[in-house]
Design a protein around this ligand. Structure first.
Ligand code: ATP
Length: 237
C-alpha cells in the first residue's frame, strides 16, 4: 500500500463573486499518476493553482506529506516538494534554456544544480542540444519540455502538470506523454490536468472528472476510459 501524498478535503475557491471550486476533495498517493479531466472552464487550473499557493481556498484542508499547507507561501511549497508546470509553459523568454533550468533550482543548494541539469538533460536530450538558445525562440513542444525540466530542477515529490498537450501537434503530444510515462517510471508522482482525456486516462492510475467546479466522477484510468458518460462527453462517443 503506497503512502498518501496529497489529501484535499472540501475546498472552495472564488474569483470575486464567481464560485470556481465547489466542495472539492481528492487525493494523490505516492507513485500514482492522477488525472483531472473536464471541459474548458471546469476548474482544473484553479484547482492546481490552489495546490501551489497561487490561490487560496476559503474552507477545508490541503495536506501534503502529512502537513497542512493551506496557508504556506508558494516558494515554501516548492521547497517542500510541490512543483507546478503552468498552463502555457511561462518560460523566461529572454533567458537561455540552461538559465531557465537554473531558475527552477532556486530552492536547492548550489551543489545540486549540476546533477539536476544532468538529470533533466537525460530526460530531454533536445534541451541539452539547445542549452544556449534563448527560450523564447524554442518551438511549443520544446517550451513544454523546458517548463517540465525547470520544474524537475526543484527535485519535486509531486509534479503538477497543467495541460501539457495544449497547442501541440499529435506527434509532439505523443512525445510529451512518453516523457510523462518515463518520469512516472522513474518514481515521480504526478497530478495531471488535461483536456485530452484519451491521453490522460490512458496513463492515469486514477482520475477525477470535473464539471463546473465539482468532481462528478472518479475511478481508475481504465474504468473511466470505458465509462459511458465519459465516452460520450470527453472521448467523442
Ligand atoms: P481551462 O482548461 O480552460 O483553463 P479549467 O478547467 O482549467 O479550464 P479554470 O481556468 O480553473 O478552468 O476556470 C474555472 C472557472 O473560473 C471558469 O468559469 C473561469 O471562467 C473562472 N476563472 C478562471 N480564472 C479567473 C480569473 N482570473 N478571474 C475570474 N474568473 C476566473
Amino acid at each position: 500500500m503506497s503512502e498518501r501524498m496529497l489529501t484535499v478535503s472540501d475546498i472552495n475557491v472564488y474569483y470575486g463573486a464567481i464560485h470556481a471550486i465547489k466542495n472539492v476533495s481528492f487525493e494523490v498517493n505516492e507513485g500514482e499518476v492522477v488525472a483531472l479531466i473536464g471541459a474548458n472552464g471546469a476548474g482544473k487550473s484553479t484547482t492546481l493553482k490552489t495546490m501551489s499557493g497561487l490561490l487560496r481556498s476559503q474552507t477545508g484542508t490541503i495536506e501534503f506529506l502529512g502537513q497542512n499547507i493551506m496557508h504556506m507561501p508558494a516558494d515554501k511549497l516548492v521547497a517542500a516538494g510541490l512543483a507546478h508546470v503552468p498552463e502555457g509553459r511561462r518560460v523566461f523568454a529572454q533567458m537561455s534554456v540552461e538559465e531557465n533550468l537554473e531558475m527552477g533550482a532556486f530552492t536547492r543548494p548550489n551543489s545540486e544544480i549540476e546533477p539536476g541539469l544532468e538529470r533533466v538533460y537525460a530526460h530531454f536530450p533536445r534541451l541539452k542540444e539547445r542549452r544556449r538558445q534563448v527560450a523564447g525562440t524554442l518551438s511549443g513542444g520544446e517550451q513544454q519540455m523546458l517548463a517540465m525540466g525547470r520544474a524537475l530542477m526543484s527535485s519535486p515529490k509531486l509534479l503538477m502538470l497543467d495541460e501539457p498537450s495544449m497547442g501541440l501537434a499529435p506527434i509532439l503530444i505523443e512525445q510529451i506523454f512518453d516523457i510523462v510515462r518515463e518520469l512516472h517510471a522513474a518514481g515521480t508522482t504526478i497530478l495531471l490536468v488535461e483536456q485530452n482525456a484519451q491521453m490522460a486516462l490512458s496513463i492515469a492510475s486514477r482520475a477525477y472528472v470535473m464539471e463546473t467546479g465539482k468532481i462528478t466522477l472518479s475511478g481508475t484510468g481504465d474504468e473511466l476510459l470505458h465509462n459511458d458518460e465519459v465516452r460520450k462527453a470527453y472521448l467523442g462517443g
